[in-house]
Design a protein around this ligand. Structure first.
Ligand SMILES: NC(=O)c1ccc[n+]([C@@H]2O[C@H](COP(=O)([O-])OP(=O)(O)OC[C@H]3O[C@@H](n4cnc5c(N)ncnc54)[C@H](OP(=O)(O)O)[C@@H]3O)[C@@H](O)[C@H]2O)c1
Length: 275
């Protein structure tokens, strides 16, 4: 994990190559989102994570078009919103997302949340969407081990990726091991703990030693841990800073120390109680 670069990719079980660092755009208002994605692409990011519910797919699409990059150079992810779950409604939802994004395919389509009674039929629709080429690969988000096991039992397939909240203060090691065993990439959302742990004094101590920011240490820790990582920022200086994490390596001891900070600190919704 020492020779990571901004172009580093991870391979999933669907033989898809996922750029390990991406930009998240949750809570980025449309105009902010347009500028953020353009900045990120100019700094070398090649993976953008949006969702139907974020209300900024159109701006993500415009930024990609305005970037001058080929569509094929960018790994674009969007997500199926809860209200659209179900077989037919999922098939309609992807068409709406693609229209807004101004593209005829996404690189990965994710089920945003494991909605009870709906998620398995939604997954079957995702398989059809993949077979039609509207998504190059398909995955899930906020799925716990029980949801993944049920999906395998009901549909016989495993997702390419599982996007979950993951940072030093929230580590579900059982889920991580299950994903590793099944070739499912673990994508760490809220890798900066939504900005709520950036003042942690233990983090500052380590960051000072590497002459890096606290945010950079959190991102580097997650990359070295083998996760796909999608920090969000709408600030160009911070977007650049968050990608400036490839000129140092956290020592084994520091990786261990940071990995010992789990306190089940959740900043986003809690899927562990979903039947
Ligand atoms: N699937 C899901 O259910 C789900 C849930 C949550 C998130 N996500 C995805 O994961 C992405 C990231 O998660 P997140 O947005 O919750 O939180 P995050 O990336 O952990 O943190 C974002 C917060 O940190 C600030 N920040 C970013 N870089 C910084 C830096 N270098 N120094 C100081 N502050 C910095 C941002 O503010 P500024 O923007 O002002 O810089 C923002 O307030 C989302 O955008 C979304 O794509 C998915």
């Amino acid at each position: 994990m020492s020779n990571l670069e901004i172009t580093s990719i991870l391979k999933s079980n669907q033989s898809v190559s996922v750029p390990q660092l991406g930009l998240g755009v949750w809570k980025a208002r449309p105009k902010e989102c347009l500028e953020a994605v353009k900045s990120a692409l100019s700094f070398g990011y090649r993976h953008i994570d949006t969702a139907a519910i974020y209300g900024n797919e159109a701006e993500v699409g415009s930024a990609i078009q305005e970037s001058g990059l080929n569509r094929s150079e960018i790994f674009l992810v969007t997500k199926l919103w809860n209200a659209d779950q179900g077989y037919e409604s999922t098939l309609r939802a992807i068409d709406v997302s693609l229209k807004k994004l101004g593209t005829d395919y996404v690189d990965m389509y994710l089920i945003h949340f494991p909605v009870s009674g709906k998620r398995n039929e939604s997954w079957k629709a995702l398989e059809k969407i993949k077979s039609e080429g509207k998504a190059k690969s398909i995955g899930v988000s906020n799925f716990m081990v029980s949801h993944l096991k049920e999906l395998l039992k009901e549909t016989g397939t495993v997702p390419a990726m599982n996007q979950v909240e993951y940072h030093p203060f929230l580590q579900d090691t059982e889920l991580k091991e299950y994903c590793q065993k099944n070739g499912i990439l673990l994508e760490a959302y809220s890798p900066l703990a939504h900005g709520q742990k950036l003042e942690d004094s233990r983090l500052t101590k380590i960051a000072n030693r590497y002459h890096k920011s606290n945010a950079q240490i959190l991102i580097r820790w997650s990359l070295q841990a083998g996760n796909v990582v999608i920090p969000k920022s709408i600030n160009p200086t911070r977007i650049k800073e968050n990608a400036d994490v490839f000129d140092f390596v956290l020592s084994e001891n520091d990786m261990k120390e940071i990995s010992s900070w789990n306190e089940n600190f959740r900043t986003c919704w809690d899927p562990t109680t979903v039947e």
